[in-house]
Design a protein around this ligand. Sequence first.
Ligand code: 26W
Length: 861
Amino acid sequence: MASKHSKKSAPVQTVKTVASQETEVAKSAVTTAVDNCDCSNESDLFKPTVEQFKQSIVNHLRRTIGTSEKKASNLAWWQAVVYAVNELVFERLTQTQATHAGNDTRAVNYLSAEFLMGRLTVNNLCNLEVYNTCKDALASLGVDINAICDEEPDMALGNGGLGRLAACYIDSLATLKYPSIGYGLHYENGLFRQEIRGGRQVERPDSWREYGCPWEVCRPESVQEIPVGGYVEDQVAPDGTIHKVWHPDHIIKAVPWDIPVVGFRGSSVTVLRLWESRANEQFNWDVFNAGGYVDAQEEKAASETISKVLYPNDSTEAGKMLRLTQQYFFCAASLRDILRRYNRAHHHDYSAFASKIAIQLNDTHPAIAVAELMRLLLDEEGLNWDSAWKIVTDVFAYTNHTLLPEALEKWPVYLFERLLPRHLEIIYEINARFLDGEVARKWPNDNGMRAKLSIIEEGPCRMVRMAHLSVIASRRVNGVAEIHSQLVREQLFPEFAQIWPDRFCNVTNGVTPRRWLLACNPGLAELYNEVSGKDWPLHLDSCAKMRPFADKPDFQKRFMDVKYKNKVALAAEIKKLCGVEVDPHAIFDVQVKRLHEYKRQHLNLLYILHLYRELLSDPTKTIVPQVFIFGAKAAPAYTLAKDIIYAINKIGERINNDHRIRNQLKVVFIPNYRVSLAEKIIPAADVSEQISTAGYEASGTSNMKFAMNGALTLGTMDGANIEIVAEAGEENNFIFGLSVQEVQDLKAKGYNPWDFYNSDADLKAVLDWLDTDYFTPGQPGALSSIKRSLLDHGDPFLVLADFASYRDAHKRVEELYKDKERWARAAIINSASMGKFSSDRSIEDYVHNIWSLKSYDVNNK
Ligand code: 26W
């Protein structure tokens, strides 16, 4: 791959030409909201003219990629555009880093095993306010910007909510000009690509950088060496003190790849640094010389396996050595990088460390960083325990993203013994001091309490509880929505909250309005430009200015026209991807998210069966036409989740081809749901299905994206749904089902799903239908596992208990949709009420309650 900064390519001129910029914008035939932000003169960022941008693209096409305008494929055009954009981004990156270095700033280091970035081109063009410039430049070359942007593979380096949240937070950190860096893993294969064959999910590898990723830049000067395995030796010093010396049996090379993320209007650039594992050639050389050529190659392969693939589980812990190695590998590399930068200014004087550095643990996946920082400070920097522990407990903070017991990470002690013997010793010491200190003081001689709070879970296979390690080492522990944070404090960690009441707090999640409104829904963004002014992507609260328009018929029409156009575009996409014809006048009812029993896609499916049955029982019956749209990946080993995908596809097939129901009902499963698809689906949704069992969805973030884009929420009182309807009004949404308290009471009392099955004839009929071969001709029982889970296996997520209430809520949806004005009004109010859910607000909460950062205007000199 050619270098990013080809010396031969003429850089675009760094002269500000606001006037010529405006002329170019005026020339544009179609002006969208994205286009419009090009001509803002809010920032002092350099913006090229159309001619300059065109020159830059052509130069890169010819001189960086080595092709010509005539021969270039869409992929080549896309790469050339990225190189042209990168000239602007790198300029700003240099300015950002100079500003931060000059001020010896305090920074947050966001450690996350996942960053679900999606595509970057439109987002970066938009944030730099050169989307229109680029579009016109390409048009003058006879190239359609949409076609080439569609060439970009998604960076799917995450499973779902937690990974996408990290990506939104990087965007907000850059936009709000906070010194920050994201650290993660440079997976060669991101989340699997999903194909649907015969209705079933098939996982294919996702090689997102097979042909190179032009956004990333390798930084060989910051390579780190990471030790693993081996044993610990106790060395007695002449003064009698014992020094721990770790003799690792492997060294792995950590190679950093940087992806610069530019904030809105180029405010600042935050780097995402992803570590790739490589064999340490120097180390292998000895084996090689000793005649072990093949052994050396094997060792090379093993080292390079570490960053090969993202684990596709989003709730069950794999318990695999490789996953623990991944976690340790990226944390160790990141901490060395942090220490190296700190020491450049502070020369191994650690007294200012905690005032300069905050480290955020995105769930427990990076929790091993706690032990690794202790080890670096004790063994390599020579600090004593108390000083090192003080630093550690001052810098770390931990975000919990799930209460599911099977998702709480525990690692077998024997894995630690083999991989991280010194870290295990440190964890034992942290644990002993905690149990003999805080725990003994609060609950003297209480062995039950010691066992309960210990980092080590005793049993036939002793385990390290990563959540306990995280809580003990962190100055703040936060949940991701009010209700979730309350459950974290009261039910997950009640004793820890008794010891440290001030440690627990809430930061409700948010999403970036730049990607999830401005870039993905230009039609609606244009309306916001009109009513709220062009700064709304920076101050989402100002969208409330749209609320008074909710009652105005002509505005309602414009709002719903935007929605309709988005639905037409999605209908075309559905035709292309699923071969199914859907009517854009129908209700687009959407459930897109990972497939999990607690998210209850099967509750949705039971309602669809109910509706289908109603239509079949009365062939003259007319309903509001409805399209049920699903998108979901299942963890490859999660059999029931995969069966639910199969059921959606088979039931959809039968319904979509049943002429008796006169196209009033359609069911589509869009394969390979990912960020770039979400950007097309969400703006076209009428109804947002957020139907988790109350108490199980920590927050949800698509619920915010849907509401922002004018969908009405059909949901339970769970996660951030509660806060969303508090902002937008319960009367403008469809709330149903048991509350968190009611779920817990019912479970405590003893829930029996058969009671619901036996007392609701409609529910019984749809469940029994699953045992027939109606949807899987010749294969009776092919869908029975769903019924079995709901009856024989006790329906752990109370699907049957919520069915009737869900069915009623759907009827309310249908009723309201018939009243075009009232629907439009509710849609507008939802969209206009989402100010709170900008990730900028979340980041400000982190900054004020956890990180204590200052923002810096980037000096453009
Ligand atoms: C150990 C395997 C594993 C992998 C990932 C367990 C758990 C996870 C994540 C914590 C799952 C996840 O993405 N959680 C989601 O985080 C979002 C961002 O905070 C929330 O909005 C979702 O409610 C939560 O399910």
